[in-house]
Design a binder for this molecule. Structure first.
Ligand code: DHK
Length: 149
């Protein structure tokens, strides 16, 4: 059976490493993808990275995940705090969802404190830097029944 994990990123993660490095660190999304690929192999998982700056683009990736993925890791960037459309698309997925925020959104502006995605996520990883994506993968491996994690 497929062990495919969709890693879906919204706006800003595409600028990782260059936009606000003091908040999001210096690693690029390509670095994150490389590290996740290496980790996924050890967990007997496969990862596919998707990124869109558009809400509808992200929703398309989520719909696509319904037929293909065993789990989803999502950092919806600013849409986390605004998008009922992304919330609704995630809500009808029947695979585990891990929400990642690189920064600690609770130490930042008040408008970042609510995430619509947290309401439908199995787990939420906040403020662990780009390592959060790897932690998300480890969690999904556990949820999918890999005893090595
Ligand atoms: C990334 C963003 O682009 C922000 O809009 C979110 C999130 C936080 C992050 O920390 O990964 O508020």
């Amino acid at each position: 059976m497929s062990r495919l994990i969709y890693v879906i990123n919204g706006p800003d993660p595409d600028l990782l490493g260059t936009s606000q490095p003091e908040v999001h660190g210096r690693e690029t999304l390509a670095d994150v993808e490389r590290d996740c690929r290496a980790l996924a192999k050890t967990l007997d998982l496969e990862v596919v990275f998707h990124q869109s700056n558009l809400e509808g683009g992200m929703i398309d990736f989520i719909h696509d995940a319904r037929a293909k993925a065993r789990g989803v890791i999502i950092n919806a960037g600013g849409y986390s705090h605004t998008s009922i459309g992304i919330h609704d698309a995630l809500k009808i997925l029947d695979v585990p969802i891990i929400e990642v925020h690189i920064s600690n959104i609770h130490q930042r502006e008040e408008f970042r404190h609510n995430s619509y995605i947290s309401r439908v996520a199995s787990g939420v990883i906040i403020g662990c830097g780009t390592q959060g994506y790897q932690l998300g993968l480890q969690r999904l491996a556990r949820l999918l029944g890999n005893d090595r994690t």
